[in-house]
Design a protein. Structure first.
Length: 287
């Protein structure tokens, strides 16, 4: 079998087979990359289609929404992403670097590994680019508590050069009270590309891909310079899957979105601590 064409979406291979009659026959096969096709239906039964220009026929065509399944992405997640592109439009894309803190003996990591639905996490995140910033380097310091499917966050944006001071005296009362009783140090770093589909004010969907886990030098984590992915070195592990999460207030969701389960119980913190500090089960392989 010879591959005569290989493109981004499909390839063409040609092979010669022997027929039962003894003759030879040449067969050309088009092999398409894994993909999904949607039939989006509104509550009144109407089907949503899109119109887009196709160069091969020189005109607009009405089509069902469709798209490729990215490496590590489930068909369900790919279908949701395509529906979001129709409903919301092009997502905002950023590279995220996050550093998680923990105490002696890694108690927060042990808790996250044992009970992913009942966790406490302290972290800061940097976004590249920082779409809401004013041009100066800044990070968001965040206390995240998850229990029985309910997530609560206390967060404050601080200048990068003021991060170490903010950890000693954060501007949010809940952060100050919690950090004050818990001696914590930078434990691990996580980096990933994030797509954000912001629908109404009450919900958004995040799609995280290329997730990597790193050990972190506390001096690097708390320095005055932005913590870019290039400074983290080689990862200790990678998440092969694409992580899709629906984040919403306790309000009505569109039926097509409410039906999506998402990555319930997934914890980047727990996975990173497994890879870097062997807390919990074996980590995701690097390769």
């Amino acid at each position: 079998m010879a591959i005569v064409y290989k493109g981004r979406v499909f390839s063409v291979d040609v092979e010669t087979i022997r027929m039962p009659t003894g003759g030879a026959h040449e067969i050309a096969t088009i092999r398409h990359a894994p993909c999904v096709v949607l039939i989006p239906m509104l509550d009144d039964g109407r089907v949503v289609m899109i119109r887009q220009f196709r160069h091969s026929v020189g005109r607009d065509l009405w089509e069902l929404p469709a798209g490729n399944i990215d490496p590590g992405e489930s068909a369900e997640a790919a279908a949701l992403r395509e529906r979001l592109a129709v409903e919301v439009g092009t997502p905002a894309v950023s590279r995220v670097v996050s550093v998680y803190f923990d105490g002696p003996g890694w108690p927060l990591a042990a808790r996250a590994a044992a009970a992913p639905h009942d966790t406490v996490k302290l972290r800061f995140k940097e976004y590249f680019p920082d779409r809401g910033g004013s041009g100066s380097d800044r990070v968001v310091l965040e206390l995240k508590r998850e229990a029985n499917g309910v997530t609560r966050k206390e967060r404050v944006w601080v200048p990068r050069q003021g991060l170490e001071a903010a950890l000693r005296d954060p501007g949010v009362a809940a952060l100050r009270a919690w950090i004050g009783d818990n001696p914590l140090v930078p434990a691990v770093a996580v980096s990933y590309e994030r797509e954000v589909y912001q629908g109404e004010e009450t919900w958004r969907v995040t799609v995280d891909s290329g997730v990597e886990f790193f050990s972190i030098d506390p001096r690097l984590a708390l320095s005055s310079e932005p913590l870019r992915r290039e400074l983290l070195g080689e990862p200790k592990g990678r998440e092969q899957r694409t992580i899709v999460e629906l984040k919403h207030l306790d309000t009505h969701l569109p039926s097509w979105l409410a039906a999506y389960g998402g990555a319930h119980g997934y914890s980047k913190f727990a996975h990173a601590m497994r890879c870097v500090h062997a807390v919990g089960e074996a980590c995701a392989a690097v390769g």
